[in-house]
Design a protein around this ligand. Structure first.
Ligand SMILES: *Cc1c(COP(=O)(O)O)cnc(C)c1O
Length: 400
């Protein structure tokens, strides 16, 4: 099973029953064109060499693998290691995907890029890549998210991006994606849609995963060099699913390695209070792909909530749905409150302030560690917490 899982998706973009392409007819040709360009680039050593070079010199790869000794001692059980994607340029793993797609687009000859963003992290990484490659950049963002994440709006504009507010629906990520798709349908001949997670129609879930798989390739080698073996458990937060699948992918064939994805448990278990697609959802179609989805009894997309905007989305990348059904990865959720506690703990124990998204994975490691003496946990620290300082101030008022 392990090797066949690693070889997915099939030629039509399916991971078992999940994935595929649920798009208007007009987008089939541009998706085919994108897939062909991607497969050609993937097989071209010159493309890989240029991407490796940019990843090093522009983004700061390889990121360190760090043994969190004080945190591990404090918990008194498992040894916890952190993959430091938070140290990358623009503050999170997202730049891996933006450099990959940016380089691909420079080969395809398109000059206009559109993207969607929730918290603004993908928008900032996209704006940086567009400045680097000299592309026109338009970022769709829900007006509610623009208000909550105004420093990121400013960063994008500083790097030359046009940020377009979306005043529809809940005025958040789901609405921004719908708007970006509408733009793409109208302008695909000149425009590339730089999708920000391992989501959407084929080939995006495969391509975005491949651009992030460097996380797991590096981490696996670093872990062996540092400890002489492999980790027992991988832990990563799951929004759309890109940082987690990037960590997991290289380990899929290592049967001794368990994988745990952590979703947003939000403020409660009622529909609308969380973004835990695996415990609270069922398969359905949103934004071009078939995957686990939070929906009501009539199939209407449910509202979601999380303290971390990056995990606050109604569906999840299709490969995770497959890994879930196969039992190859386990999916759990972590509440807003526990994520904020984990931010505090990691900050005090290690001097590392994690992004609220990443703190969901840290919280699950903290929960499991005391009962796991002798085990080694590898946690993907997908981003840094600077962007969340405003939220920390609201949730931790005792710090002033
Ligand atoms: C966007 C984001 C996430 C969630 O996205 P995935 O595609 O699930 O990785 C997680 N962590 C950080 C820091 C982010 O910016």
């Amino acid at each position: 099973m392990a090797t066949t899982t690693a070889a997915l998706p099939d030629a039509l973009g399916h991971f078992g029953p999940y994935g595929g392409r649920y798009v208007p007819e007009i987008l089939v040709a541009p998706l085919d064109q994108l897939e062909a360009a991607y497969r050609q680039a993937q097989a071209d050593p010159a493309f890989q060499a240029e991407l490796d070079d940019l990843s090093q010199r522009f983004a700061g790869r390889p990121t360190p693998l760090y043994h969190a000794k004080r945190l591990s001692r404090h918990l008194g059980g498992a040894d916890i290691y952190l993959k430091r994607e938070d140290l990358l340029h623009t503050g999170a793993h997202k730049i891996n995907n933006c450099l990959g797609q940016g380089l691909l687009v420079s080969r395809m000859g398109k000059k206009r890029i559109i993207a969607e963003t929730g918290a603004g992290q993908h928008g900032v990484a996209t704006a940086a890549a567009c400045a680097l490659f000299g592309f026109e950049c338009i970022v769709y963002m829900g007006e509610e998210d623009m208000r909550r994440q105004s420093p990121n709006v400013f960063r994008m504009r500083l790097m030359g991006a046009e940020v377009v507010g979306v005043d529809a629906g809940s005025r958040t990520l789901k609405d921004a994606i719908s708007e970006a798709m509408r733009d793409w349908v109208a302008n695909f001949e000149t425009t590339h849609y730089l999708l920000g997670s391992a989501l959407g129609p084929h080939p995006y879930p495969m391509m975005v995963r491949d651009f992030h798989a460097v996380i797991g390739r590096e981490a696996r080698q670093q872990f062996q060099e540092l400890t002489g073996g492999l980790p027992d458990i991988l832990l990563a937060c799951v929004g759309g699913g890109s940082n987690s699948i990037g960590l997991f992918h290289r380990f899929l064939g290592d049967e001794s390695v368990k994988m745990v994805g952590v979703e947003a448990g939000g403020r409660g278990q009622a529909l609308g209070d969380h973004a835990a697609r695996f415990s609270g959802g069922s398969p359905g179609v949103l934004h071009g792909t078939y995957s686990y989805l939070l929906q009501d009894d009539d199939g209407q997309i449910a509202l979601t909530h999380s303290v971390s905007a990056g995990l606050d989305y109604a569906t999840v990348g299709p490969e995770h749905s497959w890994l879930h059904d196969q039992g190859r990865a386990e999916y759990v959720s972590c509440s807003d409150e526990d994520a904020v506690e984990a931010v505090k703990l990691l900050s005090r124990m290690e001097g590392i302030i994690p992004a609220l998204e990443s703190a969901h994975a840290v919280a699950e490691a903290v929960r499991r560690a005391p009962a796991a003496k002798g085990q080694k946990f590898l946690v993907n620290l997908s981003g840094r917490g600077d962007k969340d300082i405003g939220i920390f101030r609201e949730t931790l008022p005792d710090l002033g």
